[in-house]
Ligand binder design. Structure first.
Ligand code: SF4
Ligand code: SF4
Ligand code: FES
Length: 445
C-alpha cells in the first residue's frame, strides 16, 4: 500500500508500524523508547507525528499504517512538540557531554542539536541521582543521564528474562537500578549499553578510552562461536602505539543476531590486540622443510572459506595429509545465540571436504616428521620431540617455528554459520604487520 509522508508517497505493507516504515525509508523520526528489536513501549513521546484527520499529534511507534494515511514528521507543530519533550528530558540532566562516553553517538545530544537549541528556563536546583554505579557485568550506570526509556529494563525482562533491572521511585526521583545486593549478571548483559540511547549506561571496558568520532569501522563477523553474529569492528590509532581494535558493536541482522551479541563475543576483540613472538617469514626454509617424507597439517575451523581453500590446495600440491578438528565447549552453548561449537566456520570445513576424523589425524600425526599448524588451537602449546613443527599463527605458540599471520580483523572472507548461512566479512583498513595466510602460501608454490 501507499502512505504520504511529508507530501511524498512511501510504499509499505499492511500491518507495519508507522515508525518502522519511516526508519526503513530513511525518514528522520526521533525516538528513545522504540527499538526495532524490542518493539514499542510508548513512554518517551519523542516519535510524535501529525496525522491528517487526527486532532492531536500521535506517536508513530503505536500507529499502524493504512492506505493513504497522510503523515507529517516535521511541521512547525510537531517540531514544537519535540522541543517541549526535549526540554522536559533535559530538566534534570547534568548536560555533561564533554566528559560523557556517549557523546558523538548520543540521541539526546543529536535531537537537542536538531530540535532543541534553547536556553534552560530552570531556576531551581536539579534533582541529584546516583553517578558511576557499577551494575556488574562491565556496565556502569549514571542515573542523572537516563531518559527512562526502559529499553534496558525491557531487555532484561523480555529478552534475557533475568529481570535484574527496574525503575525505583516516582516522578523526578524515578531512576533505573538493581535491587539491593543484586547485580546485573547474565551473559548478554552488555547489550544494555548499546541499547541505551544516551550515556546513562556505559561499558567499563570502553569508557574513557577513545572518543567515538576518532573511530573507524569495518563490517565483520564475530569468530567466537558458530552463530556468526554480525559486528562492527571499531578501531583507531592509540596516541603512543600503532592502531588497535577498541570494541565490537553489534550489526543488525534479522536472520541471525538481531541487534545483540553475547558478552564473551563482544569482548573477544581483546585477543586481536595481543602481541606475540614470531620469526620473520623465510619461504626458503619452509620449502626445505616441505621435502620431509611424511607430513601432516591441522587447519583451524575458524579460518574463512578462502583460506581453507588455499590451505587445501597447498596441502594437495605438497602431499600433506590435511585435517581439521572441531572446537567444542558444551558449557558455552545456550538456547539463544551461543552455540557449543566455538569455531567460526566448521560448516565451511565440511563444505570443503576436509577430514575431521580425530582418529585418522592422530594416526597421521604419529607417523609424520613434519607438522604444519594453520592456526589451530590444539597444537599451539604442544611439544613434539621427534617432529619439526611449523605454525602459521594469529597468536602465541609454545614450541616450534612460529610465523605470524594476519588475524581476521585484517582479512576479508566468507564464513558459513551454524544454520548454513554464508556471510561475508571485511577487513579493517589499518596497517597489518603480519602477512596474510593466502599470500604466504602463494610464495610456497
Ligand atoms: S539507562 Fe538508558 S536504556 Fe535504561 S532507561 Fe535510562 S536511558 Fe533508557
Ligand atoms: S553468540 Fe557466538 S558469534 Fe554471537 S557474539 Fe557470542 S560468541 Fe560471537
Ligand atoms: S519512540 Fe514512540 S513513544 Fe518513544
Amino acid at each position: 500500500m501507499k502512505i504520504i509522508v511529508n507530501d511524498t508517497a512511501v510504499e509499505c505493507k499492511e500491518g507495519e508500524l508507522l515508525i518502522d516504515v519511516l526508519i526503513n525509508n530513511g525518514i528522520e523520526i526521533p525516538h528513545f523508547c522504540y527499538h526495532q528489536d524490542l518493539g514499542p513501549d510508548g513512554n518517551c513521546r519523542m516519535c510524535m507525528v501529525e496525522i491528517k484527520g487526527e486532532k492531536r499529534p500521535q506517536i508513530a511507534c503505536d500507529t499502524f499504517v493504512k492506505e493513504n494515511l497522510e503523515v507529517s514528521t516535521k511541521s512547525n507543530r510537531i517540531n514544537a512538540v519535540k522541543r517541549s519533550i526535549l526540554e522536559f528530558e533535559l530538566l534534570n540532566h547534568p548536560v555533561d557531554c564533554p566528559i560523557c562516553d556517549q557523546a558523538g553517538e548520543c540521541k539526546l545530544q543529536d535531537y537537542y542539536m536538531d530540535y532543541g537549541l534553547y536556553e534552560s528556563r530552570l531556576s531551581t536546583a536539579k534533582t541529584k541521582k546516583g553517578k558511576h554505579i557499577d551494575l556488574g557485568s562491565n556496565v556502569m550506570l549514571d542515573q542523572e543521564r537516563c531518559v527512562l526509556c526502559m529499553r534496558c529494563v525491557r531487555f532484561t525482562s523480555e529478552i534475557t528474562k533475568t529481570g535484574e533491572l527496574g525503575v525505583m521511585g516516582r516522578g523526578d526521583h524515578a531512576k533505573i537500578g538493581v535491587a539491593p545486593n543484586r547485580k546485573l549478571n547474565n551473559s548478554y548483559a552488555m547489550n544494555v549499553v548499546e541499547l541505551c540511547p544516551v550515556g546513562a549506561l556505559t561499558s567499563k571496558d570502553f569508557r574513557f578510552r577513545q572518543r567515538v568520532w576518532f573511530l573507524d569501522s569495518a563490517k565483520s563477523i564475530c569468530h567466537g562461536c558458530s552463530r556468526g553474529c554480525n559486528i562492527h569492528i571499531d578501531y583507531n590509532e592509540t596516541k603512543y602505539a600503532s592502531e588497535k581494535v577498541y570494541r565490537f558493536r553489534s550489526r543488525r541482522n534479522k536472520k541471525i543476531n538481531l541487534s545483540f551479541l553475547c558478552d564473551f563475543g563482544r569482548l573477544s576483540y581483546q585477543e586481536l590486540n595481543e602481541p606475540f613472538e614470531a620469526i620473520s617469514w623465510d619461504a626458503q626454509t619452509v620449502i626445505e622443510s616441505l621435502k620431509a617424507d611424511k607430513k601432516v597439517a591441522l587447519v583451524s575451523p575458524s579460518l574463512s572459506m578462502q583460506q581453507l581453500q588455499a590451505v587445501k590446495e597447498f596441502s594437495e600440491n605438497h602431499a600433506i595429509a590435511l585435517f581439521s578438528l572441531a572446537y567444542t565447549d558444551e558449557n558455552f552453548g545456550d538456547d539463544w545465540l551461543k552455540t557449543k561449537d566455538i569455531s567460526a566456520n566448521f560448516a565451511g570445513v565440511q563444505d570443503r571436504h576436509i577430514s575431521t576424523s580425530q582418529e585418522e589425524f592422530e594416526k597421521s600425526l604419529n607417523n609424520a616428521s613434519l607438522v604444519l599448524n594453520f592456526d589451530h588451537k590444539f597444537l599451539k602449546d604442544k611439544a613434539f620431540a621427534d617432529k619439526e613443527v611449523i605454525h602459521f599463527s594469529t597468536s602465541s605458540c609454545e614450541h616450534g617455528s612460529v610465523y605470524a599471520i594476519a588475524n581476521f580483523a585484517h582479512e576479508s572472507g566468507t564464513l558459513i554459520n551454524c544454520d548454513g548461512i554464508w556471510q561475508d566479512f571485511y577487513a579493517t583498513k589499518y596497517p597489518c604487520e603480519a602477512p596474510r595466510l593466502i599470500e604466504l602460501l602463494e610464495t610456497l608454490r
